[in-house]
Design a protein around this ligand. Structure first.
Ligand code: FAD
Length: 407
């Protein structure tokens, strides 16, 4: 199918496919079983130029587009989800935020680490602040030329392996006045006060550590505050907007897992025989395959469109509306597609001898991490209605102006 890719994009895709089949696939089962971050894969990805592809050329990167990253992520995810997530996080998410809003020194620091294979950690979620990010309690207090950070985050991807951390915290000036929520860059090895205090026991994606981080008087130089032009007061929304690239990346991992599962299932139904016929001859299964392919194609097109889009607000990120819709659709479809692929293998699909059960565990995450499917629906509805939809009890009742608009 012609998806409108340029020769350069197709060449990149082919190179990623080759890496995925020859380097990532042979390691995928062991990465899951041993639950170890795959430093060998990181090294190979770095040498192949897949880490930091989207970093501008002036900073040593290749200045590649989000669509380029998406094409690579999809190929990696067909064979190894952890490999795909490393590509996401070295090209989207925290690194996009720094490239959009960072000072020159911050950009150089982030580029140097990521191009050497570091997967930056983005630290937002707290035990009492999940979907409601603005409820975060971690604070950054200005003391002379440093901010002193105290608090706790959990479910932080890369805890214990990432060097660069983008930490979100409530910001207070020297007088104790709250300024808003800001992002701060800290490098783990160089800063006392940043500890991994727990590793989460995850269902899938087991080679990628998720952990709890505790900050105890972590001192961050004041010039390591990542400050959008809107300042601390409104800056959180801008910083979170940068997360739209991560959403497209996460949706692509889910879609890639589904594509990998469907490829396996298609081969299988053409060889497995029951009742004296290939099982692919049964119409019930043919229609299942057609539904799987249809959902996969739709998800892929939505993700490509989101990756190609630009925030209409003028940002350097994908359109938030397209990114949210693509992530909702791709993650939910991928769970169904992988589940159906596993079904087509019968008992074998349920066995750890084949990758289907691992794919089913891995893919389950993508309706949760990076904004749940429910919260993203609220974002989409809010944009459709043109209303802010505060979710707190006090803010829930429509304001008179909204009622007027509805009447
Ligand atoms: P809750 O917010 O407690 O939600 C519970 C349920 O209620 C969900 O189904 C949710 O959709 C629903 N819900 C909540 N509010 C509403 C509402 N207003 N309307 C409708 N439904 C609602 N965080 C980071 O900061 N950095 C990371 O690197 C990171 N990596 C992650 C990796 C993995 C594998 C996972 C699973 C999570 C990761 N997270 C990370 C955390 C993730 O962003 C949060 O889990 C997510 O935002 C949801 O928060 P929660 O788990 O506290 O769920």
């Amino acid at each position: 199918m012609d998806l409108g890719l340029t020769p350069d994009e197709m060449a990149l895709q082919a190179r990623a496919r080759e890496f995925s089949l020859n380097v990532a696939r042979p390691r995928a089962a062991a990465i899951d079983r041993e639950e170890q971050y795959p430093w060998d894969i990181v090294k190979a990805l770095t040498e192949a130029g897949f880490c930091g592809m989207t970093i501008p050329k002036a900073l040593g990167g290749q200045g590649r587009s989000f669509l380029d990253a998406v094409l690579v992520i999809e190929e990696m995810a067909k064979c190894c989800t952890v490999t795909a997530r490393i590509v996401v996080e070295t090209n989207m998410g925290a690194i996009s935020t720094v490239m959009a809003y960072g000072s020159e020194a911050q950009k150089q620091l982030a580029a140097r680490l990521v191009l050497a294979g570091d997967k930056p950690a983005i630290c937002i979620t707290e035990p009492d602040a999940g979907s409601d990010t603005t409820a975060m309690a971690t604070r950054a207090d200005r003391r002379g030329d440093v901010y002193v950070i105290n608090g706790k985050k959990h479910w932080i991807t890369g805890a214990g392996v990432s060097k660069l951390h983008l930490i979100f915290a409530r910001v207070f000036d020297e007088r104790g006045q709250e300024l808003g929520i800001g992002g701060f860059l800290a490098v783990r090895d160089e800063r006392k006060g940043l500890r991994v205090t727990r590793r989460e026991q995850t269902m899938g994606l087991r080679g990628m550590p998720e952990g709890e981080l505790t900050f105890e008087n972590l001192e961050v130089p004041a010039d390591m505050a990542v400050l959008p032009p809107s300042g601390f007061r409104r800056g959180f929304a801008d910083l979170m907007n940068a997360y739209n690239s991560q959403r497209v990346g996460a949706g692509t991992v889910a879609m890639g897992i589904a594509a990998g599962a469907l490829e396996l299932a298609l081969d299988w139904v053409k060889t497995r025989e029951q009742f004296g016929r290939k099982i692919g001859e049964f119409q019930g299964l043919q229609w299942m395959l057609a539904d799987m392919q249809t959902q996969l194609t739709a998800a892929r097109l939505m993700l490509y469109a989101a990756a190609r889009s630009r925030d209409p607000g003028g940002g350097a990120f994908p359109d938030p509306m397209l990114a949210a819709q693509a992530k909702i659709f791709a993650s939910e479809s991928a769970i169904r597609i992988v589940n159906d692929a596993l079904q087509l293998f019968g008992a074998r699909g349920y066995s750890r001898d084949l990758p289907l059960e691992r794919m089913a565990r891995d893919v389950r995450m993508f309706t949760i991490g990076g904004g749940t499917a429910q919260v993203l629906r609220t974002l989409v509805a809010s944009k459709m209605l043109g209303w802010k939809l505060p979710q707190t009890r006090d803010g829930y009742l429509p304001k008179p102006s909204m009622r007027d608009a509805a009447e």
